[in-house]
Every structure is written in structure tokens, then in C-alpha cells.
Design a protein around this ligand. Structure first.
Ligand SMILES: O=C1O[C@H](COP(=O)(O)O)[C@@H](O)[C@H](O)[C@H]1O
Length: 224
């Protein structure tokens, strides 16, 4: 596991960009595509800044949503809507490169293995320790029968969502958490120092790597 603590959000975005650039070039050299899963929330701003100017063949990227809120695309809560607004057209990525994961059907078009093998998953962490739409104490934490599952009782609105499950997360080659701000500091201490059982602590790829990129405010209880 690697932990990078940055001075501020701008540096965080740059570190994130560097990590993605390296992984994408390795993946494209290896299998001519880069399969990346992206989260919603604050990650979108880090990506909008961090992807600018990175050296990679963006046309080889296939971008999946790790989780999606089941709302119309023009709803402010829509993850795809936010990517369309902040990323598509600003970074040379086309809307068609984004795969909506609803029901797992679209994912099965890309992966023929028993479990999808993502080159990289970009993850966030809610102040309650959730990641994707996998929330503390929710039965979906134990779901090992599906790649993608619906949730209708998300404690964070909106209640209806779809999310990838832990078997998919833990089959990825690299999982990267990115987060900033004081509001994440307490949970980061509970996760990384006290090692309490929260969904984020269940991210343990079988043969992949885990990276944390956090700013100084979020990492204030961690030693650099
Ligand atoms: O609801 C969600 O929350 C998490 C964390 O979001 P953040 O704004 O606190 O960074 C996000 O990773 C997930 O994709 C999203 O649906």
C-alpha cells in the first residue's frame, strides 16, 4: 500500500494524473486498451484537473462507472451528468467511451473472464467509510454472486443506485483512493491507523496494489 500526502488539492490532482498516466500506458502496451473504473463525488474535480496534459492515448480508454445514482442524467446527483459537464469536451474523451454499468450487462460486453479485471479503479471515501455505493453494515458488503448490484436503501441520497461489488473491486490491478479536506480526516484515522472495519478497508485486491492520495487536511492525523 502507498500513501501520498499532498500540500493541497492541486498537487493531489497532479499526483493522481501521474499515477493514471503510468497505469494507462502500461495497460495500452500490454493489451491495447485501458479499462478504468471511476467514482463520482469529489473525485470528478480531481480528475478534471489531473487528466489535463497527461501523455496517454485517450482513444484507448474504456471508462466504467464504479457506481451510479439512478436519477435522470440532468439531475445534479447524476454521476454521468457530472462527468459530461466537467470532463467530456474538456479532456479529449468522448461520451461513447463511458460505459454505464446498469445491471452488469454492459460490463459483460468487455470482459470475458469469470470476473472483470480492471486496470485501475479510482475510488472515493465518504465520511462514513463507504466506497462506491457500498455502505457500512449493508448486506451488499457480503454479496459475492454479482458483478454489479442495485441498492434501493442507500443511506446517502439518492436511495436508488447501482454499484460494483467487492469481488470485482478486489480483482482489479490497482485501486486508487483520492480525497481531500478536513471532513475526511477522522475517518481516515479510523481506517488507516485504527484499522476499523469499514467498507474502504475491505478494498484488498488479490494481486493488485492500493494507493491513497490525500491532501494535508484529510491526512492531518497521519504521519507523512
Ligand atoms: O455517493 C458517493 O460518494 C462517494 C464519496 O464521494 P465524495 O464526494 O465524498 O468524494 C463516491 O466515491 C461515490 O462514487 C458516490 O456515489
Amino acid at each position: 500500500m502507498t500513501i501520498i500526502i499532498t500540500e493541497n488539492e492541486q498537487e493531489l490532482s497532479q499526483e493522481l494524473g501521474r499515477l493514471i498516466e503510468k497505469a494507462s500506458n502500461e495497460a495500452i502496451n500490454d493489451h491495447n486498451q485501458f479499462y478504468i473504473g471511476v467514482s463520482g463525488g469529489s473525485l470528478i474535480t480531481f480528475l478534471a484537473n489531473g487528466l489535463k496534459g497527461i501523455k496517454t492515448d485517450l482513444s484507448k480508454w474504456v471508462i466504467f462507472f464504479n457506481d451510479e445514482r439512478v436519477v435522470p442524467i440532468d439531475d445534479p446527483d447524476s454521476t454521468f451528468g457530472a462527468y459530461k459537464k466537467d470532463i467530456v469536451g474538456k479532456i479529449p474523451l468522448k461520451e461513447e467511451q463511458f460505459v454505464q454499468i446498469k445491471q452488469g450487462v454492459s460490463m459483460a460486453l468487455y470482459f470475458t473472464e469469470a470476473l472483470p479485471v480492471f486496470d485501475m479503479l479510482l475510488l472515493g471515501m465518504g465520511p462514513d467509510g463507504h466506497t462506491c455505493s457500498l455502505f457500512p453494515d449493508h448486506p451488499l458488503l457480503e454479496d459475492d454472486s454479482r458483478w454489479v448490484a442495485p441498492i434501493t436503501d442507500s443511506p446517502k441520497p439518492p436511495a436508488a443506485r447501482v454499484t460494483i461489488t467487492f469481488p470485482v473491486i478486489n480483482n482489479a490491478k490497482a485501486c486508487v483512493f483520492a480525497m481531500a479536506g478536513d471532513g475526511k480526516a477522522d475517518m481516515l484515522k479510523r481506517v488507516l491507523i485504527d484499522k476499523e472495519d469499514f467498507p474502504v478497508n475491505r478494498v484488498k485486491p488479490k494481486s493488485g496494489t492500493v494507493h491513497w492520495i490525500i491532501d494535508k487536511a484529510a491526512g492531518k492525523y497521519l504521519k507523512n
